[in-house]
Design a protein. Structure first.
Length: 320
């Protein structure tokens, strides 16, 4: 059987273009149209310096009382049947899970040459997630070895203060990352690309399992959330924004379409990013207040001493 041969006329032929297609979500900027990129850089620097200044001033004003947290709150639980050894076992298991997951993820990224994904906000926070459980499990192990639970009024050391701040950042950001991914990025990707983004084993672990583990840690531990630390907390998204803006001239890839600083609405989306972090922190602080009421926790004064030693409920630091 002979197949018919079809010919195309010169008028029906579409000329091929030699211009390369732009990188997805990274249009070639036109400096005559938008100046949002330098504006965002300037505003980010100003906001970073302002946030850092307020953090230093507030800590100096309180003479360090913002960090006066009793050491035993870092490795004990409100539940009487959850011993420090059980809390240590939970933290150690989460740490091993996070390290194993990231090792597998790195291997997968190298295989498919997709290391640029380490610019993602998800990877930044999951790395902090692993760091928190590594340090907290080490502190829990040390408290078990040296039996520090009997020293009630001892204040946390330098590593304890780091764990104190890391917990607040990780607990808040796990909501920011997971809620933004499932409610904004996934629908937005479907609208732009008319298909869902690739959802795999790592997706559910980075945007689901991590939240369950962090909520469990919040429920069983005694580490408080201090509202005055919101300025220290806001330094974390500031650092990520500065990193993203500095990496674009190198990689020419924006980690998220909403963070494209060359679009006219770029300033608005960066403002939404900062405001969402602030709002979620306030919501997590509300959960902390609810947790204190559920456990009948008494307040602490600025010196770290319990207000009333007669109450048999475990005390928690005052939120200044």
């Amino acid at each position: 059987m002979v197949l018919p041969v079809t010919t195309t006329t010169e008028s029906s032929t579409v000329p091929a273009t030699t211009e390369p297609s732009p990188i997805p979500w990274t249009p070639i900027p036109n400096l005559n149209v938008t100046w949002s990129y330098p504006i965002i850089i300037a505003l980010s620097i100003i906001f970073f310096l302002l946030t850092a200044s307020i953090s230093v001033y507030w800590t100096h004003k309180k003479k360090g009382h913002n960090w006066h947290i009793p050491h035993r709150l870092l490795f004990t639980s409100y539940f009487h049947n959850v011993t420090p050894k059980m809390l240590f076992a939970f933290r150690l298991a989460v740490m091993l899970y996070g390290l194993a997951l990231q090792f597998t993820y790195i291997t997968w990224q190298i295989e498919f040459e997709r290391l640029f994904e380490y610019q993602l906000w998800t990877q930044w926070n999951f790395g902090l997630f692993i760091l928190y459980f590594t340090l907290s499990s080490a502190l829990s192990f040390g408290s078990i070895i040296y039996d520090r639970d009997t020293e009630e009024d001892e204040r946390a050391s330098g590593i304890g203060k780091v764990i104190f701040m890391l917990f607040q950042i990780c607990f808040v950001e796990v909501f920011v990352v997971d809620v933004a991914y499932w409610s904004v990025l996934v629908p937005g990707f479907y609208i732009l690309e008319h298909e869902l983004p690739p959802i795999n084993f790592f997706t559910f672990n980075h945007h689901g399992v991590n939240a369950l583990l962090m909520i469990t840690e919040f429920v069983i531990n005694k580490i408080p959330i201090s509202f005055n630390h919101i300025w220290v907390f806001m330094l974390w998204p500031c650092c990520y924004v500065m990193f993203t803006l500095m990496m674009w001239p190198v990689s020419l890839v924006w980690p998220y379409p909403i963070l494209n600083a060359w679009v006219p609405l770029g300033v608005m989306w960066y403002a939404v990013f900062f405001v969402s972090n602030f709002v979620v922190f306030c919501g997590c602080y509300g959960l902390h207040i609810l947790k204190k009421k559920c456990f009948g926790v008494i307040e602490w004064d600025g010196s770290g001493e319990p207000v009333n030693r007669d109450i048999q409920y475990p005390p928690l630091i005052h939120d200044f």
